[in-house]
Design a protein around this ligand. Structure first.
Ligand SMILES: [Zn+2]
Length: 488
């Protein structure tokens, strides 16, 4: 277990591009406020593993990753959830038996056939196999709500009305299908079965690389019968908007009690994820893969519930967003039970996997290959940035000047020892925290003098220059549309 793992950015796309390449955002090019194009010339982990005889599979509950998963030469097979699977969980696409070279988004499932026969709204301008075909019911709910950044509610309060219906229907579906289980329905429940079917078709001695994204811990949080028992508690729960746009607009401000409830529901989703990880490990055991598999569990970013005045994930340089879990289980459990306190990063995941597979590491990777017994020395500190996703462009005219100002700031981050330095990219403002004595980042040490503080600021300033140098590209319009349809 790596107790001090850092992501490279507080949102999905840059962090995943780093997992797939082992490069920082300013190296692979996927950054908010800059280009959101994945540089196809940067080699990906599945492509680098292919010469070692590996086949690859990606299963994602988050549909915004499709442009990465569909990248030519990347994964041999992939399936990604439709955007509505995050919320409309009673519509359950079936598991797929992915044949080799299938790059399906679920296009063969009955649900998606039904969906595509009826509705083709929001079709992003992407290759044919990536066309977004939302369910008509979902489209209706989405129009009623303000889930899409550019869609205005048709009637005042429609946001909460649709949320009542969504959460209520999920609860009813859970009650009918699983009467003894109070947990919310999982997001993209076809992942475990599809993995098992895919593995079962392959000889147990054929090496494979599999990427799985589970989305259960992502807002909006569905209620459940234990945290939100009975009608009175549910009536309180559905008054919580969970709409980040309304929060930024100042139209919704959660009370302490509401924050407490959201945190509790978030923790419930972590327990759901825990069970799902157990199910995935069982699949590997049943198919004879577990003992010889390198199993890495991590997250693209964290989630804020009021810390530093932030909600869910936005462009935050603070630890609730940038600190992520990282667990590595080496084949045969080598070196198991160790807790490592050295700073590590998502840039270390790709070299760790490549080295374990005996593949050549591309020159100049910024991360280190972790191993079961030691933490290799790093030539540069762990780095990161805090950028943001582009949705704010659609409704910035509805936000206060102060909020727009806050959301326009990006930051460069560096970790040296227990010290974390943050440098603002626009104003150059500085913050510094001793994460050992001040894990909640309440006491800004910028101005204090120590070798670690100096080294951290120097690294953060270098990162700031590299980010500025890498910026200036454009946002892929198809990707922007996909982000919109997912409510980013
Ligand atoms: Zn994410």
């Amino acid at each position: 277990m790596y107790a001090r793992a850092a992501t490279v950015a507080p949102w999905t796309l840059p962090a995943h591009a780093t997992l797939f390449t082992g490069r920082y955002p300013w190296e692979h090019g996927v950054m908010g406020d800059g280009q959101l194009r994945f540089d196809a010339s940067v080699p990906t982990v599945p492509a680098l593993l292919r010469p070692q005889g590996y086949t690859s599979l990606a299963l994602s509950a988050n549909g915004t990753l499709v442009p990465f998963l569909a990248q030519e030469g990347a994964f041999d097979a992939y399936r990604s959830a439709e955007w509505w699977e995050k919320t409309f969980r009673w519509l359950r696409p079936e598991e797929l038996d992915l044949s080799p070279r299938t790059r399906s988004r679920g296009g063969r499932s009955t649900m998606s056939l039904l969906v595509s026969a009826v509705a083709r709204r929001h079709s992003p301008r992407l290759p044919t196999d990536l066309i977004q075909t939302p369910h008509p019911t979902a489209t209706l709910f989405q129009r009623l709500s303000s889930g899409l950044p550019e869609v205005r509610p048709i009637v005042p309060g429609a946001d909460s009305i649709s949320w009542v219906a969504i959460d209520g229907l999920n609860r009813i579906a859970r009650g009918i299908g699983f009467p003894d289980d109070p947990r919310p329905l999982p997001a993209a429940p076809w992942i475990e079965g599809t993995l098992e079917a895919w593995l079962a078709r392959r000889p147990a001695d054929q090496p494979f690389h599999c990427f799985i994204n589970l989305l259960d811990a992502h807002e909006k949080y569905l209620s459940d019968g234990e945290v939100v028992p009975g009608l009175a508690a549910w009536l309180r729960f559905i008054r919580i908007s969970q709409n980040q746009r309304r929060w930024l607009q100042g139209e919704w401000s959660p009370s302490d009690e509401e924050f407490r409830l959201l945190r509790e529901l978030y923790e419930r989703t972590i327990r759901i994820l825990d069970r799902r990880l157990g199910a995935i490990m069982d699949v590997l055991r049943r198919t004879g893969r577990w003992e010889n598999t390198l199993f890495v569990v991590t997250s693209d970013h964290g989630q804020a519930f009021g810390e530093h005045g932030e909600l869910f994930h936005e462009r935050s340089p603070y630890q609730p967003l940038l600190h992520v879990p990282l667990w590595v289980r080496w084949p045969r459990g080598d070196g198991g039970g160790r807790t490592v306190r050295d700073a590590v990063s998502l840039v270390d995941v790709a070299p760790t996997m490549l080295a374990a597979a005996g593949a050549d590491l591309p020159p100049g990777l910024p991360g280190v290959a972790l191993d079961p017994y030691t933490t290799p020395p790093r030539s540069t500190p762990v780095l990161g940035m805090a950028d943001g996703f582009p949705c704010i462009l659609h409704y910035r005219h509805t936000l206060s000047a102060a909020v727009v100002e806050r959301l326009q700031h990006s930051y460069a981050v560096a970790y040296v020892g227990g010290v974390k330095a943050v440098v603002g990219l626009r104003g150059g403002e500085t913050q510094c925290f001793d994460l050992d004595s001040d894990p909640n980042e309440q006491h800004n040490l910028a101005g204090a003098v120590s070798p670690d503080i100096e080294a951290a600021f120097q690294a953060a300033r270098t990162v700031a220059h590299r980010i500025e140098a890498a910026r200036g590209g454009t946002v892929d319009p198809a990707l922007e549309e996909r982000l919109d349809s997912w409510g980013y």
